[in-house]
Structure formats: C-alpha cells, structure tokens
Design a protein around this ligand. Sequence first.
Ligand SMILES: CC(C)(COP(=O)(O)OP(=O)(O)OC[C@H]1O[C@@H](n2cnc3c(N)ncnc32)[C@H](O)[C@@H]1OP(=O)(O)O)[C@@H](O)C(=O)NCCC(=O)NCCS
Length: 143
Amino acid sequence: MNHWFRSHAWANHAAGISRVNVVCDGAGGPVIGYVTLSAAQIERSSLPKARQRNRPDPLPATLLGQLAVHKEHQGKGIARSLLQFALLTALRASRDVASWDVILHPLGLRTFHAQYGFQDLPFDLRRAMVVRMIDLASAVGTG
Ligand SMILES: CC(C)(COP(=O)(O)OP(=O)(O)OC[C@H]1O[C@@H](n2cnc3c(N)ncnc32)[C@H](O)[C@@H]1OP(=O)(O)O)[C@@H](O)C(=O)NCCC(=O)NCCS
C-alpha cells in the first residue's frame, strides 16, 4: 500500500479515478494514513437473492478502495477515523448522485467493517463486503 500511494495516488486523484483523502502528522507533516473513494457498480447477481428483485443491473455503488495507516501510527484509531470520514463522505455524496451501497474488499478486518453494517456479498469471488446507504445513515449516526 506504500507502493500504491507513492506510485499511483496522486495520478489517480488528479485524473478523477479515485479521490485520495489523507491524514498528515501535524500541519504540513508527512502523510500517515489515507482512504480512497470512487464511483463503482455492483452486479445484481452478486447480491443476496432477496435483494435482487426489482433492481437495475448493475446497481450504482461507491467503492472504498484503499485504507492504510503508516506502521508507526497504527493502533491509535486512525483507520477508524478514516473509515468514518469516508462513510460520511459517501453518504453525503449519495444525496446528490445516487449510490445504493458502499463496497470494499477487506484484507482481513471483516469484523471491524461489520461494526459499520458491512455484510459479505454471498456470490462475489473477491469476497467483497457491502453496506447499503440506507443502513449507513443509522450506523454513522446521521439518521
Ligand atoms: C489495517 C490498518 C488500516 C489499521 O489501522 P489502525 O490505524 O492501526 O487501526 P485503528 O487503530 O483505527 O483500529 C481499528 C480497529 O481495527 C483493529 N485492527 C487493526 N489492525 C488489525 C489487523 N491487522 N487485524 C485485525 N484487526 C485489526 C483494531 O483492533 C481496531 O479495533 P478496536 O477499535 O475494536 O480495537 C493498518 O494496520 C494498515 O494500514 N494495514 C495495512 C493495510 C491494510 O491491511 N488495510 C486494510 C484494508 S481493508
């Protein structure tokens, strides 16, 4: 993830491929964590059967692509803050440009994400997790 940040973060941000939000160590200090958001889509067939009915295919989604914290700053709640920030940002944006859910592909941390309402996508080979915007509103406390 260090490599991705150094090699691709700025270019992707500038090109509008992903928005890269960073946390710095003090004002103007080095980057110690980041989270990315992008527009995405989700295949209807990857959803639980009960949620497939009367939906377009694919469905509009928001991708939480990367979440990382510098080794020296881990264990201080920075990832939790970045995740909350990203979810609130996604939720706010969805009020102007509709998005049905937030999707991510966690490297571990499944229990952590489940605290925010993320659930496994049952038919997805990459083991993505999703949370619907409608459920997110209550999970992040914006009703
Ligand atoms: C995973 C990572 C982002 C966590 O960052 P962090 O700032 O140390 O995390 P926080 O301090 O905010 O802790 C968040 C929660 O995740 C848990 N957690 C942190 N690292 C974990 C790990 N490797 N495995 C399982 N749980 C972990 C913490 O216990 C904490 O839960 P708690 O609040 O209930 O105690 C960081 O270790 C990292 O950058 N790792 C490499 C990249 C990566 O794996 N990214 C995840 C992509 S989904």
